[in-house]
Design a protein around this ligand. Structure first.
Ligand SMILES: Cc1ncc(C[n+]2csc(CCOP(=O)(O)OP(=O)(O)O)c2C)c(N)n1
Ligand code: SF4
Length: 249
């Protein structure tokens, strides 16, 4: 019988702890497929974050390093500088990247570190019970904003791609939404491009993935996908925000 669907070899043969309909599992698979397609399993090092994807080191079949809260870009920087022939990526949620580690990501991008960051924006702190994140939409109800995020009290969502793309350091900054098969395939293309940028020594690359958290949004997986499409993309428009930067000798 012809095999039409296989587990990427860069993913461990194990069950994940993710909730049904969560975006983390989809993105893990795409990252693993990219690693397989570039045939870099033996030389890729991933940095696991805090948050729901903290156990990423149990799911990828590659070398992994755990970073403290928000520090994944700094850990990735250190590893890449010591081992420049490796492909190094950080995998971070929005609480990890846009709140706890704001300084780390801005400075790694500004330095143009030759690393790749996969940034999962689900507009909420997933692991710790659904508190408001820097990416929570105005009006969005969370555990800590039960009447909806009020910008007079809590400010406005932080737009990471827009913010980083004005810096000179990044080579590739893009955002995509996990809303349907077409966009999931697009996410894979952008993740592959981000890895390729690093392999060509172009410097910092980041792909932001708008991703559902049905559990903390209190929605079914289908409604959560629809909410990403209908609400999140209005505030965080998908697209390529930056693609440039010459290779420094
Ligand atoms: C300095 C600090 N702040 C906050 C926490 C608690 N904490 C651990 S994981 C996490 C949530 C991370 O959420 P996110 O990065 O959005 O990932 P998700 O779970 O949504 O995938 C928080 C708040 C902590 N341990 N230390
Ligand atoms: S709480 Fe949200 S982010 Fe965490 S595993 Fe469940 S759906 Fe995914």
């Amino acid at each position: 019988m012809k095999v039409v669907f296989e587990r990427p070899k860069s993913l461990q043969l194990t069950k994940t702890h993710y909730c049904p309909g969560c975006g983390h599992g989809i993105v893990h698979r795409m990252v693993a497929e990219v690693i397989d397609e570039f045939d870099i399993q033996e030389k890729t090092i991933g940095i696991a974050p805090v948050g729901c994807s903290v156990l990423a080191y149990n799911y990828f079949d590659i070398d992994m390093q755990q970073a403290a809260h928000g520090r994944a870009p700094a850990v990735a920087t250190g590893i890449k500088r010591v081992l420049p022939d490796r492909i190094v990526f950080a995998y971070q949620g929005d609480g990890d990247l846009a709140s706890i580690g704001t300084a780390e990501i801005v400075h790694a991008a500004g330095r143009g570190e030759n690393i790749t960051v996969i940034f999962i924006n689900n507009a909420i702190y997933g692991m710790t019970g659904g508190q408001m994140a820097p990416t929570t939409l105005v009006g969005q109800k969370t555990e800590t904003s039960p009447y909806g995020r009020d910008p007079r009290m809590a400010g406005y969502p932080i737009k990471v791609c827009e913010m980083l793309s004005v810096l000179d350091g990044p080579a590739f900054i893009a955002r995509v939404a996990l809303t349907d098969v077409k966009n999931i395939l697009k996410a894979k293309t952008l993740i592959k491009k981000a890895f390729q940028m690093q392999m060509e020594n172009r410097g910092f690359s980041l792909v932001e993935v708008l991703s559902p958290c049905p559990t903390n949004w209190g929605m079914t997986p289908n409604d959560a996908m629809k909410w990403v499409n209908d609400e999140m993309t209005k505030v965080f428009p998908p697209g390529v925000y930056k693609e440039s930067r010459e290779v420094l000798e």
